[in-house]
Write a protein that binds this ligand. Structure first.
Ligand code: FE2
Ligand code: FE2
Length: 296
């Protein structure tokens, strides 16, 4: 199985198309951030996702995983736009899996309307609904007889504009624990995907206002995994963290941002029943190409 993991495209609609009446609270601050220059780093996100789609088609990728942050402000129009832009990459839809990022559930009215579910729900199914505790969460997808992908939702709205931290609800962690104990996962590669990074590149936790608040609990549950990976985004830089000091047998892969100017990246995993090879995708002259990275 060839698996492509990317994250944080942050597609940006023109500010002119955002209805003024929607500019309140955190959205206004988010918009000001964009106006202040943050947005320009993602100006070419549409072109980069087209380049990623070309890469996927020319490299026989079997499965695409995205760890969220499709939008800037989480507006319904942005989610609709993002869903259209990733549609060619998400073919066939049963081979595309996603979780939301904090920017996709940016304000409480998006959560109440469940707009992420409306536009991206087709990429968040579960094969094991008996373990679902919140909607489809956590979801489990099985591929062949040696791979499982598990999605956990760590994104939540942050009413205070200076905070962008995440949290995995304890009910989901409990369900994840039960899923990992299921004998049908024995011997499989297990990829657990969530938006927030449980650890930074140097192995330390992220700050309380930007990180995964119950990262330690999450990692404790993931100790059960014998082979596989933890996949996340949120931090706009690709890195791998060795989790051996935490008592885990698997590494953490942050896919950074596929579209951020100068930092575009993704991970490509070639998973065989007994081995896994990992390479990093980089953006070079309007196309993505691979760097040799790691073999194990
Ligand atoms: Fe992001
Ligand atoms: Fe994020």
């Amino acid at each position: 199985m060839r698996i492509l993991h990317y994250s944080d495209p942050h597609f940006d609609l023109s500010l002119r198309t955002i209805p003024l009446r929607k500019w309140f609270g955190k959205r206004a601050i988010g918009a000001l951030n964009l106006l202040g220059g943050r947005g320009r780093y993602f100006d070419d996100a549409d072109e980069k996702i087209k380049a990623l789609t070309r890469f996927k088609e020319s490299h026989e990728v079997d499965l695409v995983l995205c760890t969220g942050d499709y939008t800037a402000l989480g507006l319904t129009a942005e989610l609709e736009n993002a869903a259209e832009l990733i549609a060619p990459l998400a073919q066939p839809p049963e081979r595309y899996i996603t979780v939301p990022g904090n920017h996709d559930v940016y304000s409480t009215d998006v959560i109440l309307g469940d707009h992420f579910q409306e536009f991206f729900g087709q990429y968040m199914h579960t094969d094991w609904p008996q373990y679902s505790v919140e909607g489809e969460w956590p979801f489990v997808r099985l591929f062949g007889d040696y791979l499982a992908v598990i999605g956990v939702n760590s994104a939540k709205p942050n009413p205070l504009p200076w905070r962008s931290d995440g949290h995995i609800p304890p009910a989901q962690l409990g369900a994840l624990e039960r899923i990992l104990a299921d004998h049908r996962l024995r011997g499989r590669w297990i990829f657990v995907m969530t938006h927030y990074a449980a650890r930074l590149a140097d192995g330390r936790p992220d700050t309380p206002h930007h990180g995964l608040r119950n990262a330690d609990d999450f990692l404790r549950v993931c100790r059960r995994i014998e082979k596989g990976a933890i996949l996340n985004g949120h931090i706009h830089r690709c890195y791998i963290t060795d989790l051996t000091p935490e008592g885990l047998s698997i590494d953490l892969y942050c896919a950074g941002s596929v579209s951020m100017e100068g930092r575009e990246c993704f991970w490509l995993f070639d998973v065989e029943p007994e081995s896994m090879r990992v390479r990093r995708g980089v953006y070079d002259k309007e196309e993505f190409r691979l760097l040799e990275c790691d073999e194990r």
